[in-house]
Design a protein around this ligand. Structure first.
Ligand code: TYM
Length: 346
C-alpha cells in the first residue's frame, strides 16, 4: 500500500495520453481558431500531457520578414495565455526553438511520396491562392506537420475540420515508418474535438470558413475592439430574405446562424430562427444582436491580450520554459529514431 501511494502520482503521469497541437503565427487568432482548436486546448491541459506550440516554421511558406515573425510569435503566445493556457499545466513552446522537429521532418520526407503530397487538398488550395510562390515547403507541409505530432509521439490532436486530411497523412507517415523499420514506435494520432465532430466556423463573407487569409472583414479576432466587431458584422453578407415559410437557409444565412450558435444564448438563436421561419426576419436586427454578443464574448480576451503584451519579459520566460520541456521530449524521440534508422549514436 505504501509502495502504491509513493509511486502512484508518477505512474499516473506517465499513463496520461499525450496531446499536441499548434497554430501558425500568421496574424491574430480568430473565433475559428478559438472554437476549432484553442477551446479544446484549454480543457485538455487539465487531463492530458499537453504540448501546444506556435508553428513558425510553417509560416515561412509565405516568406514573412524577421520583424513579422517576431511580432506575430509574441502576439500568439499572449493570445494563448489570455485564452487560458497555463504554462504550469502544459508545455507551450515555439516550433523553431525545437530544431529536432526539422530533423524528423527530413527523415519523414524520405518516404513521403510526391503523388500523395500533390493530392493533398491544402496544397491544391495554396497553389491556386499563390501561384507565384509554389515552394517545396508548401508541398511538404503535411510531413512537417507529421513531424510536429510524431516528435512527441502524440495520441490526440485537437484541430478544426480543415486539418483532418493532414492527420490522416500523419498516420500514413507514422505507420509507414513503423513498417519500414519493423517497429511499433509511433502511435496513431487522431484529430480531436470535445464535441461530437470536428468543427468549421464560417466567416462573414458568405461562404467558406473563417480564416486569416480569406479576405478583409471575414474573421473576428480575439484582439478586436468593439467598434471593429460592429463594423465587420454589419457588413456580413446576407440576402433579400426568405420568400416562403420554413425555407432552407442559403449558405450565407446559415453561417450567421452558426456564428450566433457559438456566441449567443440559445433563446436568442431560437428567436431569430423562428423569425426566419415566419419570413419576418430583419437581418439588420440579427446582425446587431450578433455583434453585441460577439463583443461580450471577445472583450475579456482582448483586454487580457493587451495586458499580457505589455509584459514582454513574461512572454519570453514562458517561451524559454516551454522550449526546455519540449526539447527534452523531442530529443528523446530523435535519439530513438536515429537508432531505429541505424545511424551512429551521437
Ligand atoms: P492554422 O494556424 O490555420 O489554424 C490553427 C487551428 O485553428 C483551426 N481553425 C479552425 N477551426 C474551425 N473553424 C475555422 N474557421 C478554423 N480556422 C482555423 C485549425 O483547424 C487549427 O486547428 N497546419 C496547422 C498548424 C499546425 C498544426 C501542427 C496543428 C502545424 N503543425 C500539428 C496540429 C498539429 C494550421 O495551419 O493551422
Amino acid at each position: 500500500m505504501i509502495f502504491f501511494l509513493t509511486f502512484a502520482p508518477q505512474f499516473y503521469y506517465s499513463m496520461k495520453q499525450t496531446v499536441l497541437s499548434g497554430i501558425r503565427p500568421t496574424g491574430n487568432l480568430h473565433l475559428g481558431n478559438y472554437f476549432g482548436a484553442l477551446r479544446n486546448f484549454i480543457k485538455m491541459q487539465h487531463e492530458y500531457n499537453c504540448y501546444f506550440f506556435i508553428a513558425d516554421y510553417h509560416s515561412l511558406t509565405t516568406h514573412p520578414t524577421p520583424a513579422n515573425i517576431q511580432g506575430n510569435v509574441k502576439q500568439v503566445i499572449a493570445e494563448y495565455l489570455a485564452a487560458g493556457l497555463d504554462p504550469e499545466l502544459c508545455t507551450l513552446y515555439v516550433q523553431s526553438d525545437v530544431p529536432e522537429v526539422a530533423e524528423l521532418y527530413l527523415y519523414l520526407n524520405m518516404n513521403a511520396y510526391i503523388g500523395e503530397l500533390e493530392r493533398c487538398t491544402s496544397f491544391k488550395d495554396k497553389i491556386r491562392a499563390q501561384p507565384q510562390n509554389v515552394n517545396a515547403g508548401l508541398l511538404t507541409y503535411p510531413t512537417l506537420m507529421a513531424a510536429d505530432i510524431l516528435i512527441h509521439r502524440a495520441h490526440k490532436v485537437p484541430v478544426g475540420k480543415d486539418q483532418e486530411q493532414h492527420l490522416e497523412m500523419t498516420r500514413t507517415f507514422g505507420n509507414r515508418f513503423n513498417r519500414m523499420y519493423k517497429v511499433d514506435y509511433f502511435p496513431e494520432p487522431v484529430a480531436f474535438n470535445f464535441g461530437e465532430t470536428l468543427i468549421k466556423i464560417p466567416g462573414l463573407n458568405g461562404s467558406g470558413k473563417m480564416g486569416k487569409s480569406e479576405g478583409e472583414g471575414n474573421a473576428i479576432f480575439l484582439a478586436d475592439t468593439a467598434e471593429e466587431i460592429r463594423k465587420k458584422v454589419m457588413k456580413a453578407v446576407t440576402d433579400s430574405g426568405p420568400t416562403a415559410e420554413n425555407q432552407e437557409k442559403p449558405e450565407a444565412i446559415q453561417n450567421l446562424f452558426q456564428l450566433m450558435s457559438v456566441v449567443s444564448n440559445p433563446d436568442t438563436l431560437a428567436y431569430f430562427d423562428e423569425q426566419y421561419n415566419k419570413c419576418a426576419i430583419r437581418y439588420g436586427d440579427m446582425k446587431k444582436q450578433l455583434a453585441e454578443d460577439m463583443i461580450v464574448f471577445v472583450q475579456p480576451f482582448s483586454e487580457k491580450i493587451a495586458e499580457i503584451l505589455k509584459d514582454e519579459a513574461y512572454i519570453i520566460k514562458v517561451a524559454d520554459q516551454g522550449k526546455e520541456k519540449a526539447r527534452e521530449s523531442a530529443s528523446k524521440t530523435i535519439k530513438e529514431v536515429r537508432e531505429i534508422i541505424g545511424f551512429r549514436k551521437i
